[in-house]
Design a protein around this ligand. Sequence first.
Ligand code: EPU
Length: 294
Amino acid sequence: MNRFEDLEAITRLNEPMAAHTSFGVGGRVSYFIEPRDWDELQLIYSRAAEDGLRVRVLGRGCNTLVADGDHDWAVLSTKRLTRFRREGNRLEVGAGYDLARLVARAEALGLAGFEALAGIPGSVGGAVAMNAGGRYGCIGERLVSAVVAVPGHAPRWMLAGEMGLGYRGSNLIDGRPFLFSATFELDTAVPRQLQERRRFIIQEKRASQPMDARSAGCVFKNPKGTSAGYLIDQAGLKGTSVGGAVVSHKHANFIVNRGDASATDILQLIGIVVERVVEKFNVRLELEIEVWTD
Ligand code: EPU
């Protein structure tokens, strides 16, 4: 039975999540749906609620590890929610807008404030939910408000202060509530200067991170006062592997899919890393990536 027959144009059945995640692993989901507007979004939520079907929200899949096997979920992809509206120094951007594209577009418009996000893959919705960033800042610093969807209700405005944005997290994780679009306030600057800064940040990242490998970025959050990458490295774990999953030689907080890894390999490797870091430093690393299991 296809519960979303009337949304055929935007629905794929039994879709492999390996095709939609940067790790390139993960089992199949019953429904993979790409709503184009608010009405389709609401329809998906209400239909899923009627049938007791779990809805999970995916941006570009750059920070998500989906378990192997079959999952009876409706994965709601934000890919087609790509609104872009400028009003002076404010940008209202759809959840599915590509983050790298946003950084480039703001730069071309002479709008400053997104340079710290250079080189971070993902969607705007995912970046806000995770409060993505690096050593020069995070996306939350520029966020003013968002339009969110609470299933069965009209669109709701939320101010940045209500979203619980903190270090790599917020209360919007996994689409509860679902972020539809976000509004940012930027400064003005000369595009050339912004370009230089962006290039510098990307170069710096490229020197220390396996940017071209299949990964989900940093796997663990940094514990207070130290770096997860440093601890994993000092525990001698670089190069440790399970199946096709390996702890990166370039940056120890990255797990890389060498090509034939499964989600199970990655999960086992995560378990080994956590265990060894506890043994050596008595520190329990917490996941930064989102793991989707049944
Ligand atoms: N280090 C090692 N070995 C390693 C990796 C790092 O000794 O294999 C040491 C470095 O030499 C440095 C310290 O650990 O002294 C910190 O490393 P780095 O500067 O690479 O920063 P990080 O804390 O590991 C954080 C973010 C990254 C972000 C970078 C740069 C987290 C979990 N990670 O990494 O974000 O790109 O700063 O701004 O907060 C991500 O969130 O996915 C991510 C990659």
